[in-house]
Design a protein around this ligand. Structure first.
Ligand SMILES: [Zn+2]
Length: 398
């Protein structure tokens, strides 16, 4: 088995920890950020751009790649990493989240049809957002798709709970998740035992339960008892408000084992959310909004540039006040964009909708997040994590 998690240092006062995840395609020094390459591409960037922005790992989306270009095409390339010419560690998600939430939105928006994906204990039935064809996602199918996509870290199939669901529906989703995760684990074991080509994939079990302490703890116990090599935490309570994310994580922080990494799926809340998650033991996370915001002109800045909780550590480069500004986005940032281009030029590119603008802003936001994680890791190792957190957040709101 070519997968392990080793603790390098644990913070004395919080659950923050620095560690190393070893995968068949290299190491990930944690805490770490994973940019999202939804369709085997971080929009606008080459794999060389990602490397130059200090990226350690990328996450692709099983749902999107299954629908297009299709599993067989990617399998013939040896997985989505060689397909996109990425040589480092990789992650895929199970597709459960996309089927549950994104599909409903797309379907309603584009076709005006209030037709939801159908979920039974067998699986999730859904229609392709590309051609309307019907598909079903079961734990077995999700494992087979992710096996073919060949990422180093893969996710069990779950049905995320939602604040929009009734109490009853959430209870069903939770029970179904445990059943599906158990099935995912069995299929994964079988696939690994028959493996002839390629390298070991580590399956992560996903903790559901929203902000319900009892459910979160019970779900973590189930994942540890089953023997998943890694742990993930999901659903919308991890996605946006740092206070809600903190509440969800507080339920499990005390019970995290030292030899298994914790991945927060779609961790939101900007740098504040990152500090609060790391405080509670998160080792690795992905977030599509870091690159999505870059495309709309929302760019991250350091405290030295005026970044603070109040402005969410970001500026809007499309604002008229940056027209003609000769300074870089951030005086502190060492990314390719900040070393070479001015705010004024990037402002012009984005308001003129020039594709180069998206490339430059995406490089900056990814570099910023990776650099933030390098700083946090260093602070944990040097016993000054809370000092760094205080410098960034001021008096913490959480
Ligand atoms: Zn920069």
């Amino acid at each position: 088995m070519d997968f392990s998690f080793k603790l390098v240092k644990k913070d004395q006062k919080t659950h923050a920890r620095a560690g190393t995840i070893s995968t068949p395609h290299g190491k990930i020094e944690t805490p770490a950020f994973s940019p999202v390459a939804t369709k085997a591409s971080v929009k606008g960037l080459t794999s060389e751009d990602l490397k130059e922005a200090n990226t350690q790992v990328v996450l692709a989306n099983a749902y999107h790649l299954y629908l297009r270009p299709g599993v067989e095409t990617i399998e013939n390339f040896g997985g989505f990493a060689p397909f996109m010419k990425w040589e480092g560690p990789t992650i895929t998600d199970s597709g459960g989240y996309q089927v549950s939430f994104l599909w409903q939105k797309t379907r309603k928006k584009e076709q005006g049809i209030r037709n939801k994906a159908r979920v039974t204990d067998f699986g999730m039935y859904f229609y392709s957002h590309i051609d309307g064809s019907e598909h079903v996602l079961t734990p077995k199918i999700s494992m087979e798709i992710q096996h073919a996509l060949a990422a180093d870290i893969i996710m069990a199939l779950d049905q995320p709970m939602s604040q929009r669901f009734s109490r009853e529906k959430n209870k069903d989703a939770y029970i179904r998740t445990l059943k599906w995760e158990e099935e995912s684990f069995k299929v994964w074991k079988e696939l690994e035992s028959k493996r002839k080509n390629g390298s070991f994939q580590a399956l992560f079990g996903i903790i559901q339960g929203q902000t319900d302490k009892k459910l979160r703890r019970e779900c973590l116990k189930f994942i540890l008892d089953t023997g998943f090599p890694g742990i993930a935490i999901g659903d919308e309570s991890i996605g946006a408000d740092p206070r809600i994310t903190a509440k969800s994580l507080d339920a499990i922080s005390h019970f995290l084992p030292d030899d298994k990494p914790l991945h927060a799926l779609g961790l939101g809340g900007g740098p504040e959310g990152v500090f609060e998650a790391v405080t509670r033991g998160v080792d690795i996370f992905d977030n599509a909004s870091v690159t999505r915001m870059a495309r709309t002109g929302l760019l991250f800045i350091y405290p030295e540039d005026g970044g603070k909780v109040g402005n969410k550590f970001r500026l809007n480069i499309k604002s008229g006040r940056f027209k003609g500004d000769r300074k870089p986005i951030s005086k502190k940032c060492l990314c390719y964009t900040c070393k070479n281009y001015s705010r004024g030029y990037i402002h012009h590119l984005l308001v003129s909708e020039e594709p180069l603008g998206v490339r430059l802003t995406t490089i900056h936001n990814i570099h910023f997040y990776n650099d933030l994680m390098i700083r946090i890791r260093k602070a944990i190792i040097e016993d000054r994590f809370l000092e760094l957190k205080k410098y960034w957040l001021g008096r913490s709101r959480v």
